[in-house]
Design a protein around this ligand. Structure first.
Ligand code: NCD
Length: 316
């Protein structure tokens, strides 16, 4: 694997292989010394053109647990805000000897541009580009589902027949898109539930069922319900009347939460808008995987960095 840009192009065996390596990485997290020497002498740059807390620190923790050196580069207050182009930034990082670049960018496709450019010879990981993809989020979600369902026997398995309902702001969500491709590749059945205004205009070619009624979706007893954040920062218009109306119809409130099957799990990529798309009771329940998702994110990102940066890049 040279880059990790999307889950759309990821094959089933490749995806399962990555999740299995993440299981090995999770074992490291349980040791007293949470560190492997694997990427000693390598440099990972976190190149963030968009605000982020959990994703950036997750990649930082992952790289450090593999003994890589980490440089955090955030566009705010940097030469990028002085008008420097992506090309100049990339060439600067190349001159500094970056072996891996984790990039988050508001423009869909920016990581592909970087990977195809020849400006820098490093493994590129997409940490979220516009409304396009967020592959490591989908991988950590798949990892979390697989672990909840199969426990320690999850190595080598996909998600065949698992019914996943993804609710909310699908239109603006790169998490929804990356999950759609990955979860269906792994054999899961995906249903989107959203107000019509928060679904893409053209969903032909999306291997998903679509519904507009959250109560009906919950009555169908999905194995997994994944609530998406309302992405107000991407909304240039009113996509729903007001937040009370949104949570009344599309939020996982206490009443809906109580109707879920006892074994079903509740997911959210964070950051959560408590009381809007998800109630505190649901978010803090035993069914919720929100904090497991955060912990698993480090293991999955360690696996991705390992696959991109060890192995055939080794020239010493
Ligand atoms: C997601 C993102 O940035 O796309 N969050 C994250 O990675 N921590 C989801 C979101 O912002 O809603």
């Amino acid at each position: 694997m040279k880059h990790l840009l999307s889950t759309k192009g990821l094959g089933r065996a490749e995806a399962i292989g990555l999740l299995d390596i993440a299981e090995d990485m999770a074992d490291v997290a349980n040791r007293e010394v949470k560190k492997l020497p694997t990427l000693r002498g390598k440099t990972v740059v976190n190149l963030f053109f968009e605000d982020s807390t959990r994703t950036r620190i997750s990649f930082e923790a992952a790289a450090k647990r593999l003994s890589a050196d980490v440089i955090n580069f955030s566009a705010k207050g940097s030469s990028v805000s002085k008008g420097e182009s992506l090309k100049d930034t990339a060439q600067t990082l190349a001159a500094m000897g970056a072996d891996g670049v984790v990039i988050r960018h508001p423009a869909s496709g920016a990581p592909e541009v970087l990977a195809a450019s020849g400006w820098i010879d490093a493994g590129i990981i997409n940490a979220g580009d516009g409304t396009h993809e967020h592959p490591t989020q989908a991988l950590l979600d798949a990892f979390t589902i697989r672990r909840r369902l199969h426990g320690t026997a999850s190595r080598g398995t996909g998600l065949d027949g698992v019914r996943v309902t993804i609710v909310g702001d699908v239109l603006h969500s790169r998490v929804a898109r990356s999950n759609l491709w990955l979860l269906t590749t792994l054999g899961a059945e995906v249903t989107f539930v959203a107000p019509p205004t928060l679904l893409p205009m053209d969903m032909s070619g999306w291997p998903a069922a679509v519904g507009f009624d959250l109560d009906a979706a919950i009555a169908a007893k999905p194995d997994v319900i994944m609530m998406l954040r309302i992405q107000a920062e991407r909304m240039n218009a009113a996509f729903f009347p007001n937040s009370r109306e949104y949570s009344r119809r599309w939020g996982l409130d206490d009443v809906r939460f109580a109707r879920l099957a006892p074994a079903s799990i509740v997911m959210h990529p964070g950051p959560m808008n408590r009381g809007l798309e998800i109630s505190s009771e649901a978010a803090d329940s035993a069914a919720s995987t929100v904090l497991e998702q955060v912990a698993n994110g480090v293991s999955v990102r360690m696996a991705a960095l390992y696959l991109l940066m060890s192995g055939d890049r080794e020239d010493s």
